[in-house]
Design a protein around this ligand. Sequence first.
Ligand SMILES: Nc1ncnc2c1ncn2[C@@H]1O[C@H](COP(=O)(O)OP(=O)(O)OP(=O)(O)O)[C@@H](O)[C@H]1O
Ligand SMILES: [Mg+2]
Length: 231
Amino acid sequence: MNILEVKNLDVHYGGSRILRGMSLEVPERQVVCLMGRNGVGKTTTLKSVMGLVKLSGGGVALAGEEISKLSSDKRARRGIGYVPQGRDIFPHLTVLENLKIGQIACGHKANGRFDRVYELFPVLKEMLERKGGVLSGGQQQQLAIGRALLTRPKVLILDEPTEGIQPNIIDQIGETIAKLRSEMSILLVEQYLDFAKALGDSFYIMDRGAAVASGPIANLNEEVIRKHLTV
Ligand SMILES: Nc1ncnc2c1ncn2[C@@H]1O[C@H](COP(=O)(O)OP(=O)(O)OP(=O)(O)O)[C@@H](O)[C@H]1O
Ligand SMILES: [Mg+2]
């Protein structure tokens, strides 16, 4: 079954049409990589799933149920965890406060998920009282992922989690995604090919607002890469 189905999305920013019939499917317990050059509409696709942009056409279904009319917080409560590009943590709140926002946003009481987050990202547990803004980029990314996990997502959406992050933390984030895949489905926007290939089950490549190639990750070969991804 598909946990997430994105069908024929159209999105406009002002007069320009940014998404043009964008569709994709995320099967249960799979990692789907969404790729494409800069500015093709990857982030806009994720924002559409999360309800952060207005659709002029198309729809989004979660576990078979149409959700495009729901507010973002309702979507979070239904089971979509979102880690935005650039991480968006609150710099003046502590690590613990940042984490609690994930939990509050979802409307759940304390429930043991904190332990799971500390197990995945031990560095966060050591820094609970530190302000979010003093963390390194990699630590902030871990915090943003931890915050999303506290909403107990069925599907976790990650927008370029490796962007601007040092290699050893990239490896740690990769290991975390590998661990999470048995618990949830993951939609990953990723420019870093080796990372996508190592973690993905399948891929979609976007160009100018629509998917132009897709398939099992093994089909992401040199020819596809040259045609759609190299600049
Ligand atoms: N709020 C906005 N208002 C107007 N245009 C926007 C807005 N946000 C994005 N765009 C434009 O929409 C297009 C798609 O942007 P989007 O951020 O979805 O691309 P992307 O594939 O995520 O790019 P990147 O790889 O740089 O993150 C781009 O041309 C961008 O300039
Ligand atoms: Mg983007």
